[in-house]
Design a protein around this ligand. Sequence first.
Ligand SMILES: [Zn+2]
Length: 250
Amino acid sequence: MCECELQRGASRRTFLGAVALSLPALLVARRPTKTSAPQVVEPVEVSPGLTIYPREAWAGKLRARRPLQAEPDVKFLLVHHSAGTTMYSRAQVPSVIRNIFLFHTGTRKAWPDTCYNFFVDRYGQAWEGRTGSLAGPVMADATGGSQGFAQLICLLGDFDKTEPTPEMIEGLARLLGWLGVKYNIELDQKKAVTFVSRGSNKWKKGARVKARPISGHRDMSQTACPGKNVYPLLARTVPKKAADFKNLIA
Ligand SMILES: [Zn+2]
């Protein structure tokens, strides 16, 4: 949940300049069954070489607390880490994400849903986060406020303390490549995107921002997220892999 989320006084972000769109069809489609048995939810193949677990695979009956908004203009992709446990089994991943959801929708954060659009675990598996993100785009939230214009991916683990697995980096790159196709984002880090911030504690509302197509949370807010062992990989290693995957599936 981003180590930055340990900061006190983080306020609920506002959705300035946003186009409010409801996602009723998506919400209806994701309604869980009324069974007491654990629900087995298979991942969805979104492209050759990439499957994503839909939200109900971790959420079960946990719904978004309030209606979500669409992100009207996706210009770049923003990588976070959870700053939580890195040593979890495959079977524990859903509960790890559920705990993040409970923190994000609790009194400290009071967001309507988990703030990230997607998660990637240490096994390289991708998971839908915020409701509707597989169909997307859905506006996200972030500690420190959100400048907007991004879809958010959270790596499950603390990458100030540990190194990401090769599988996680591969999974991240494929997810980024697919999102690059989906939102027509050129994954060339030399070609910055520009936008006017909706307001974060690094880029106040109205500030003109230049961002790499794949950025880290620390580029947008005052935080160390996504950790010193991941952030340098966003300069070249991850974007190169993501661009290669994007070209493969485009
Ligand atoms: Zn973060």
